[in-house]
Ligand binder design. Structure first.
Ligand SMILES: Nc1nc2c(ncn2[C@@H]2O[C@H](COP(=O)(O)OP(=O)(O)OP(=O)(O)O)[C@@H](O)[C@H]2O)c(=O)[nH]1
Length: 182
């Protein structure tokens, strides 16, 4: 079976770990240094439920509530990863404004999306509870995961669960909710 191409945009405030999540997923490594992104693309083939998917990840520049979102961030994009950092209330607020702008830009009311609370290893600095993150995602009909790009916790789940969600949006509803990634 030929692999299906799925384009995913990773969006969020500056320094929340968008690049780190992408690099951890694609290359299985964590870089401690901080190098602001302009825009990067990564690609990885994963198998979900026996089907190969080539996931093309667009790692975008950090946004804030005043940024004008470039329309190419939604061009041919099948799914979205909206990242905040659990130790930053500000980054949580920015996720809300990015979500609003995505709906405006696409004209959709519901998009295949995972809301990600990253940096769970910094639990002593936590400002956003798990419940707050989950509540926001539920409100949007989005998936929710907390991750640590540093410790490689739940990083692959972000992309495998999003694949299932993108398939569902395509009308290919899965028969069961188990999600295996190989
Ligand atoms: N402790 C911890 N640090 C992290 C984690 N993820 C990323 N970082 C650090 O946070 C900083 C920013 O990470 P990036 O991945 O560059 O963040 P970004 O969102 O791509 O940043 P921009 O390109 O500015 O938008 C870096 O110093 C990373 O090492 C994590 O899960 N835990």
């Amino acid at each position: 079976m030929p692999s299906k191409l799925r384009k995913v945009a990773v969006l969020g405030f500056r320094s929340v770990g968008k690049s780190s999540l992408s690099i951890q997923f694609v290359d299985n490594q964590f870089v401690d240094s901080y190098d602001p992104t302009i825009e990067n693309t990564f690609s990885k083939v994963v198998k979900v439920r026996g089907q190969d998917y080539e996931i093309k990840i667009v790692d975008t520049a950090g946004q804030d509530e005043y940024s004008i979102m470039p329309s190419q961030y939604t061009m041919d994009v099948h799914g979205y990863v909206l990242v905040y950092s659990i130790n930053s209330q500000k980054s949580f607020e920015v996720v809300r404004s990015i979500h609003d702008r995505l709906l405006d830009l696409t004209g959709e009311v519901n998009l295949p999306m995972v809301v990600v609370g990253n940096k769970t290893d910094l639990h002593r600095e936590r400002e956003i509870t798990y419940e707050e993150g989950k509540r926001l995602a539920d409100q949007w009909g989005a998936l929710f995961l907390e991750t640590s790009a540093k410790r490689n916790e739940s990083v692959a789940d972000v992309f495998s669960q999003l694949v299932v969600e993108m398939e569902r949006a395509d009308g290919n509803a899965p028969k069961d909710s188990n999600c295996a990634i190989q």
